[in-house]
Design a protein around this ligand. Structure first.
Ligand SMILES: [Zn+2]
Length: 414
């Protein structure tokens, strides 16, 4: 077997081509699930997979699988992959590096004369971003059995169109129950992704090895007070939903700051005020709260504290509170054997690698329910992500793909 060489020029051309499938003018990228540009981008990825000699299969929710059979096709596959959907006005690297990079890793292994013992599978997940259906990691959640056919059928997009109708008009008409994969379906899963933070840049390390992914919980709290004229309703009579929400926002911050777990974070990122006029008392406020930690007990303690605070505030202010848990997922941890494979691969390329925790959501979180996992991070300039000036240099991408190829080589040989 000759050496593994990554064709960075070709990969960059493919990154350019993929970035052009967008509903926003460059450099911004908008690519939302099952829109015409997203369907064109899918067709492009499937073509690249086929050109790389992969056998392409799709499931009922639009996850795309490209398979390279090993000399024992009965063995479970060493899998890799990521997503190509992009939130409105974001950048061109989030997810795409892990899909195009995986295809280039396969090509590089073929060029080097490598023959896998177990199959290698490249996965392009449907809708990692929650843009259209309000739930992140739709494809990988479905694979892991964390989104049942009934739950999928109940989903509606931002225009109220049911998921079933949307997927069928995109050509995905298969049986939803068949999309779930059994635990052990894969031998391993490794996702190459941009860091979306600045720890690699700060450390001067081009490679990050992900040892854990924080478990996010998302709560929606609707506070119902009593509206009225800001001039005529005197203070003793008020049941101001926004004043109550303000107390709750500070309670969320206290829950995050008060935790003794270093990875604990709690954020209110959304606040809708109704009716929203300067001379009107708010009658209804909707908050969405994001709570994360790699320590599930600590995460759940924060959730409990926030719920207790909400109940206290509601009682004291005579406000009705409606609470919905939008999701509460489990954290995942990098597997020792997969981590060792990445460490060895990084060392072989002579790259400095640091180990870190991912506080962002990734499809890997759900793949961890099926098989041993880890992730490879490459630097994000200034830590920028989900914005048009998101940037990772061609050299850093090529190095990440090199480490991925060598990792897959190890896992597919075992
Ligand atoms: Zn992503």
């Amino acid at each position: 077997m000759s050496g593994i060489l990554i064709d960075s020029t070709r990969l960059q051309t493919e990154m350019d081509t993929l970035a052009a499938f967008s509903d926003a003018p460059a450099p911004a990228v908008t690519r939302v699930l099952f829109t015409p540009v997203e369907l064109s981008a899918r067709a492009y990825i499937k073509q690249l997979m086929a050109d790389a000699g992969l056998t392409v299969r799709e499931d009922a929710v639009g996850n795309v699988f490209g398979r390279w059979d090993g000399d024992d096709p009965a063995l479970s596959a060493a899998a890799t992959g990521s997503h190509i959907d992009a939130i409105p006005y974001s950048g061109r690297y989030d997810g795409t590096v892990g899909v195009l990079g995986a295809i280039e890793a396969v090509r590089a292994l073929r060029r080097a004369g490598f023959r896998p013992h177990r199959p290698i599978e490249v996965v392009m997940f449907t809708a990692e971003e929650p843009t259209r259906f309000g739930i992140g990691c739709l494809g990988s959640r479905t694979l892991a059995g964390r989104l049942s056919p009934d739950a999928l059928t109940a989903l509606k997009d931002t225009h109220g169109i049911p998921f079933d109708e949307v997927r069928q008009s995109a050509g995905y008409t298969g049986d939803l129950t068949a999309a779930q994969l059994a635990p052990g379906h894969y031998y391993s899963f490794v996702e190459l992704h941009i860091e979306q933070g600045s720890r690699l840049e700060a450390a001067g390390a081009p490679i990050g090895i992900v040892t854990a992914i924080a478990a996010p919980a998302t709560l929606r709290v609707v506070l119902h007070g009593s509206g009225g004229h800001a001039g005529t309703v005197l203070m003793p009579e008020r049941r101001d939903a926004l004043a109550a929400a303000a107390e709750l926002i500070l309670a969320v911050e206290r829950a995050g700051r008060g935790s003794d777990s270093p990875d604990a974070v709690a954020t209110v990122g959304l606040c809708h005020v109704y009716p929203g006029a300067v001379n009107s008392i708010a009658s209804r406020v909707t908050l969405e709260i994001d709570i994360r930690d790699i320590d599930l007990a600590s995460r759940d303690r924060m959730v409990a504290q926030i719920e207790a605070a909400a109940a206290d505030i509601a009682a004291a202010r005579h406000i009705d509170i409606e609470r919905t848990v939008l999701n509460a997922d489990r954290p995942c941890y990098g597997d020792a054997q997969v981590l060792a494979a990445i460490r060895d691969a990084a060392a072989e390329t002579g790259s400095t690698a640091i180990e870190l925790v991912s506080r962002a959501y990734h499809d890997t979180l759900f793949m961890a329910e099926i098989c041993p996992v880890s992730m490879i991070f490459v630097p994000s300039q200034h830590g920028y992500s989900h914005r048009p000036d998101e940037y990772t240099s061609p050299e850093d991408i090529a190095r990440g793909v090199d480490v991925l190829a060598r990792t897959l080589m190890r896992l597919a040989s075992s």
